[in-house]
Design a protein around this ligand. Structure first.
Ligand code: GAL
Ligand code: MG
Length: 972
């Protein structure tokens, strides 16, 4: 007999969002449930209507089969669907996984309801028990529950079959920018309840301590019996029955045959409000009692008292205009694809907390439920986004009535699941799906069901940031130019908070101008922040020899995967896909093993809760930049960095400051007289162990300059300058003489933004040097050379003068007007092997670039040369240090080179020439050189974010015309 679930081809019927599925609710059934996770029998069919036959293999649940031992591998496409069929159709080749296992239903469950919960299945789930159809569910990122009471026998054994169809009508609205996978990606549970149970609990907890708990009681069949009642307590404080909604004495219409409603209330005296800075939670227990007082059902919640309101154009939490220092987060893991454990999620959030983030947008679907528990607990504001992205067919679908159901279903089920989380402050209707009546239908549902939170949708907001008609209470653009945001805020026409749902695209070496964004946000009423795109570089750990994902079980590799021989971080195209979008999937602020990229340090500093606001004769002004708390959770130390004298440390006493408050602290050090640059840094760390950081974890290091550099004069030396026949410097420690460089290995921003294309067209990557003249000039030698590109010639002069202990090199390059935006103007040379350590005075210790250098304080820094390089997945310009005044490169016996620069300059010391980096596509293919490749730049172009969004600001471009720079080279 044909299976009806298959016969109806429901995977091509968008009107069918479910069948037999229980309503979503916020009663957490995870604790006390039986886990059905583990190995299941598994078969991969080529289509949903292929007869189930052949031998079984096994698959782990939860887990995507695309990351396990099957031929159906992960695939990365951003906007384009991986097949040509229009919505709602699917390709004939439609991998379908059949999962099967036995379940033993405990005899004690006799007379009770038995419920199967499938945490997430991608993209259509068909459920059978003992061969009988039980239900259907769609939405790959929300759980589906089915009542098995009529299908299983307590004390008996049944066979559960979960059939998962990969491509469906639903895939067309799950076209998010990440890997395509398939399988059961969250846990599967079995639990039981009394037939009469708590069907839902809705909590409203306001910052004044007012608590309202609405409980729904449902029965599976018969009438609600008399005398049952609901009780609750909040950390022992009993809740009162609201007489108007009392289950026991309810009016007729409140207790019908199958639904009872009860409302509990409390007023919590001296409530400790919840905010992301102060994530205060209270424990709520709700109980359903039988008439004799015994407990039939219990539901536990953690409650945070807080208000979210939009007043005028400000988003207020507990009455305060907060800043959203957000990031977009996918459920991602390099070994499982999508499945994330409690520890994984906690590690994500702990890292974000440590780097100053306070908000998450669950791009672009409801994340794993545990994420919200952790956000409540650790303190994050969450924009909870529904699983709707129809990017490739956005316009057709937004008004397609066949998809109306799916839109409302997805948004409403998210709200029903997550409504009790204090962390969730905004609902989002989805992403990149145009804007149509289907969105308005979903918005209508949310506004009615949950008037306590604003709603946002970028696709609607972009029709008019101030338009009251569109379904978005927030102006939430993506990648809007900063000047447009500022102009809107200053226009007098702004009516909604402006919080970018995506900005500062973190692909490769990126996030230029983040500091400019934050300077504008903090200075411009109406701007409240945004969400960086994105948290993860979605590299999948791959064995290079057979091209397979390593999958969970590659234990030991994960911590150090890039270093493990024979492995790499795979991106689009690496699994043999013909069509793909390459490294665009690797665009996060952390690497696939969660190592922070340098931008994280920049972000940490930009979100500093404590700032230094300038030096005054009587001290230095310290301010508290938080919204809700004092500085008592922090401790600090002063550090004085002297260009000519090392580093001094002194204890610091943080003042007792309210949010927004300032105080003047006396200068902790008397400046030594001997001149030279001097910088004062306040090293701020956590004062005690916190849930997200042990005591002593760095929080920020604000810095002020106490004294500028005095101009230095090099004493004339007696040395001789040796120049070869090509006019190139000969030096015992250099294997390659300093020459002019105008190029860098293009970053992803350079490539995708089109700049690299111009550089290649100009021939900057292969300039032809020709010697013009060599002249004796006083004690020195002046060398003039020309560097010809395809469209212009750069004249470059180097004057080599002996100075005490070494050599001074004065350089000048004259760029023709057509080279109006080059990567750099500077010198590049290479050293002998063995100089493996760099010590410098300048900004650091982490990588920094002209438009991403706010998080790198000036000081004395040191690192092994190998550690200076940042292993971006696709090799590109990397490892630069901004604002370097001088540095040494030395061998273990302290011999080596010392270089001093005329001004703070961009310096890069690596094992790779720019052309080494462009010759390969993955980090593991790079072969380090034994010596150092050293770039000293008179000017270096900013990084910007042009791989998706605005390029750097004009002030960070390298202009044509004359550039001059000088440096001295000494042997240690
Ligand atoms: C946005 C989109 C994201 C991602 C990003 C680029 O347009 O919402 O999902 O594609 O661009 O990485
Ligand atoms: Mg998209």
């Amino acid at each position: 007999m044909t299976d009806p679930l298959v016969a109806l081809r429901t995977w091509e019927a968008p009107e069918v969002t479910s069948w037999g599925r229980l309503p979503m609710n916020a009663v957490d059934r995870r604790s006390g449930a039986h886990s059905l996770d583990g190995d299941w029998r598994f078969r991969l069919l080529s289509a949903p209507d292929t007869p189930v036959g052949g031998p079984w293999s096994t698959a782990s649940v939860p887990g995507a089969w695309t990351m396990q031992d099957t031929d159906d591998l992960p695939r990365y496409l951003n906007v384009r669907m991986p097949y040509t069929e229009f919505p709602p159709l699917s390709p004939a080749d439609n991998p379908t996984g059949v999962y099967e296992r036995e379940i033993d239903v405990p005899a004690e469950w006799a007379g009770r309801r038995v419920v199967l919960q499938v945490g997430a299945a991608e993209s259509v789930l068909l459920v059978h028990v003992d061969g009988h159809p039980v239900g259907i569910s769609k939405d790959s990122h929300l759980a589906a529950e089915f009542d098995l009471s009529g299908s299983v026998r307590p004390g008996g054994r049944s066979v559960v079959r979960l059939t998962v169809v990969k491509w469906s009508d639903a895939s067309h609205i799950e076209d998010q920018d990440h890997w395509w996978h398939a399988g059961i990606t969250r846990s599967v549970l079995l639990y039981s309840t009394d037939p009469l149970r708590l069907a839902d609990v809705s909590v409203r907890a306001a910052r004044d301590g007012e608590l309202r708990v609405d409980c729904q009681v449902r029965d599976s069949g018969g009438a609600l019996p008399a005398g049952w009642y609901v009780s609750g307590d909040l950390d022992g404080l009993p809740l009162a029955q609201d007489a108007a909604f009392d289950l026991a004495n309810a009016e007729e219409e409140r207790v019908s045959a199958f639904l009872g409603e009860a409302r509990l209330r409390a007023r919590v005296p001296e409530v400790r409000p919840w905010t992301a800075e102060t994530p205060e939670l209270y424990g709520l227990t709700v109980r359903l009692h039988r008439a004799d007082g015994t407990v039939a059902d219990t539901s536990r919640h953690r409650v945070g008292f807080r208000d979210v309101r939009i007043v005028g154009r400000d988003l207020l939490v507990n009455g305060e205009r907060i800043f959203i220092r957000g990031v977009n987060r996918h459920d991602f893991h390099p070994l499982t694809g999508r499945t994330v454990s409690y520890d994984d999620m906690r590690a994500d959030l702990v890292l974000l907390k440590r780097f100053g983030f306070n908000a998450i947008r669950t791009a672009h679907y409801p994340n794993d439920p545990t994420l919200y528990d952790l956000a409540d607990e650790l303190g994050f504001y969450v924009v909870d986004e529904a699983d709707i992205e129809s990017h490739d067919h956005a316009h057709e679908i937004a008004d397609d009535p066949r998809y109306l159901n799916a839109f409302v279903d997805r948004v409403s089920r998210m709200v029903l699941r997550d409504k009790n989380h204090p962390s969730v402050i905004v609902w989002s209707l989805g992403n990149e799906s145009d804007y149509g009546a289907n969105h308005d239908a979903a918005a209508g549902w949310v506004r009615r069901h949950d008037p306590t939170r604003p709603l946002q949708y970028e696709g609607a907001a972009k029709l008019g940031w101030a338009d009251p008609e569109v379904a978005s209470d927030i102006a939430c653009p993506m990648y809007a130019p900063l000047e447009d945001c500022v102009a809107h805020a200053l226009s007098g026409r702004q009516t909604k908070p402006l919080i970018q749902c995506e900005y500062s695209h973190a692909m490769g070496n990126s996030n230029g101008t983040l500091a400019d964004h934050w300077a504008a946000i903090e200075a411009t009423p109406g701007l409240q922040g945004g969400f960086i795109w994105e948290f993860w570089d979605h590299g999948i750990l791959q064995r290079v020899n057979d091209g397979r994902p390593v999958g969970r079980g590659g234990a030991g590799l994960y911590d150090n995967a890039v270093a493990a021989p024979g492995h790499r971080w795979a991106y689009g195209g690496d699994f043999g896909e013909k069509d793909h979008d390459g490294a665009f999937v690797a665009d996060g602020v952390v690497f696939p093993d969660r190592t922070p990229k340098p931008v994280m340090y920049e972000h940490r500093e930009l979100s500093a809760p404590v700032r230094l606001q300038g030096v005054r004769p009587d001290g230095v002004t310290v301010s508290n930049h938080q919204h809700f708390r004092g500085l008592e959770w922090l401790t600090a130390e002063w550090e004085l960095s002297l260009a000519h004298g090392g580093t001094l440390i002194a204890p610091a006493e943080l003042p007792d400051l309210r949010p927004g408050g300032t105080a003047v602290l006396p200068l902790p050090f008397a400046l030594p007289r001997d001149g030279g640059e001097a910088w004062l840094t306040l090293r701020v760390t956590t004062a005690e162990d916190l849930p997200w950081a042990p005591r002593g974890t760095p929080v920020c290091a604000p810095q002020v300059r106490l004294r500028a550099a005095a101009p230095a004069e090099d004493a004339v030396g007696a040395g001789r300058v040796e120049i070869d026949a090509d006019g190139l410097l000969v030096h015992p420690l250099l294997t390659s003489a300093p020459v002019l460089s105008l190029w860098r290995a293009p970053t992803d921003n350079d490539e995708l933004g089109g700049t690299a294309l111009r550089w290649r067209a100009w021939g900057l990557d292969a300039l032809m040097r020709s010697l013009v003249s060599v002249r004796q000039e006083g004690d020195g030698v002046s060398v003039l050379a020309e560097y010809a590109g395809t469209t212009g010639v750069v004249r470059h002069r180097q004057v080599f003068t002996p100075v005490e202990g070494g050599l001074r090199i004065d350089e000048q390059a004259e760029l023709p007007t057509e080279f109006d935006d080059v990567a750099r103007v500077g010198s590049v040379f290479e050293t002998v092997a063995g100089l493996d350590r760099m010590e410098w005075f300048g900004q650091g210790p982490w990588e920094s670039y002209p438009d991403r250098s706010a998080g790198a304080p000036v000081g004395h820094h040191g690192a092994r040369v190998d550690e200076l390089f940042t292993p971006y997945l696709r090799p590109q310009e990397s490892g630069g240090r901004h604002g370097v005044r001088r540095f040494t490169l030395s061998a273990p016996d302290s011999t080596g080179l010392a270089i001093a620069l005329d001004e703070p300059r961009q310096v890069c010391v690596t094992r790779y020439r720019a052309e080494d980096l462009t010759a390969v596509t993955h980090h593991d293919e790079l072969v380090p050189r034994a010596g150092c490749v050293v770039h000293l730049d008179a000017a270096h172009r900013g990084l910007g974010t042009a791989s998706c969004g605005p390029d750097t600001l004009p002030s960070y471009l390298v202009a044509p015309g004359v550039h001059r720079w000088s440096w001295t080279l000494r042997v240690l």
